[in-house]
Design a protein around this ligand. Structure first.
Ligand code: TYM
Length: 332
């Protein structure tokens, strides 16, 4: 059986990177896999979250998934803290993963920055909880953006080590699915930096809640270079902003980067930016309308999360028991 698990943090607005790098792929994959999509609130609190803000963001991200087309009737959508197995398995994973493995995680280094001593223990152990998320359901495939690749390699190493240590083949080794022309959407202010919720400049990203005017302004002001657009992807060498904007266009129009280069190559950025902003507004507006509609009904959103959590628990509980048995834990 092919089972997908993937997650998104409720730490603020969803942005175009989350949508093109992950959520839209989830929508495409949902018919072919048995899917669990998780709003990872336990991951979110590895850095400080205002409690009321966390609740609101959890609902907003859920609304974003639903509005993008993830179907709660066919898939399991839930928030992580409602299924206690995530935290329980994370402890076992903490005891399987090696310090040396975690010390190599680049995301921790970036997030902790110069003040490593002051980072939470949770931020350091973050990738272990992520491995637990996946293994708790014996997920076989994990669709994510490029930035999560290293965490997934760690999850694979953890599954392998668990199986070796306990002489079992209980845990499948999960496969990453990193798909599409926008697996790594870059900042609009700097084509060498990832588009991210934590960038202090709101101009660097397109939020799923931005108005049409904001989207148009951000794209108009996006960093470029003085040359005309390249007519083939080979021309992206040394031109990260052109590569990013043309990649975003390809992803939004569901065409290839090569076709986008053939269409706009030789032209100026100004005309292309106008086309990109029209396309982005046209693609995002229906999602935004639906998000607003859903957010006006928080009880409906909460109901979807609690239904999802119940279904997730039904899958997780027997798997957690198998893992606990393998580890030799006695239970009644
Ligand atoms: P998070 O919340 O940072 O991002 C959610 C998803 O969006 C993708 N993404 C991007 N894709 C392309 N370009 C970008 N600029 C960009 N920014 C974000 C991410 O790759 C991700 O797929 N650790 C995860 C959440 C998580 C998870 C899991 C994922 C927790 N447990 C288990 C998979 C399986 C995270 O922080 O995602």
């Amino acid at each position: 059986m092919k089972r997908i698990f993937s997650g998104v943090q409720p730490t603020g607005n969803l942005h175009l990177g989350n949508y093109l790098g992950a959520i839209r792929n989830w929508v495409h994959l949902q018919d072919d896999y048995d899917c669990l999509f998780c709003i990872v609130d336990l991951h979110a609190i590895t850095v400080w979250q205002d409690p009321a803000g966390l609740s609101a963001n959890t609902r907003e991200v859920t609304a974003g998934l639903l509005a993008a087309g993830v179907d709660p009737a066919d898939n399991i959508i839930f928030n992580q803290s409602q299924v206690s197995g995530h935290a329980e398995l994370a402890w076992i994973v903490n005891c399987v993963a090696r310090l040396g493995w975690l010390n190599r995680m680049t995301q921790f280094k970036e997030k902790a920055g110069k003040h490593k001593e002051n980072a939470s223990v949770g931020l350091y152990a973050y990738p272990n909880l992520m491995a637990a998320d996946i293994l708790l359901y014996k997920a076989t495939h994990v669709p994510v953006g490029e930035d999560q690749k290293q965490h997934l390699e760690l999850a694979r190493d953890i599954a392998q080590k668990f199986n070796n240590d306990y002489k079992t083949d209980l845990l499948p080794i999960p496969e990453p699915l990193i798909l599409g022309a926008a697996a790594r959407v870059m900042s609009l202010r700097d084509g060498t930096k990832k588009m991210s919720k934590s960038d202090p400049s709101d101009q660097s990203r397109i939020n799923m809640t931005d108005s049409a005017e904001d989207i148009a302004r951000k794209i108009r002001k996006a960093k470029t270079d003085p040359d005309n657009l390249p007519d083939s992807p080979e021309g992206f060498e040394g031109r990260p902003e052109a590569a990013n904007l043309m990649g975003v266009y390809a992803a939004l129009s569901e065409s290839s980067i090569k076709d986008v280069c053939a269409q706009f190559g030789g032209g100026q950025f100004s005309g292309f930016k106008q086309a990109l902003s029209d396309l982005a507004v046209a693609k995002l507006a229906p999602i935004q309308d639906e998000m607003r509609r859903l957010m006006a009904d928080p009880a409906h959103v909460d109901g979807i999360l609690s239904d999802g959590a119940e279904k997730a628990r039904a899958i997780a509980e027997p798997i957690l028991k198998e893992i606990q048995d393998a580890a030799g834990f006695l239970r009644a």
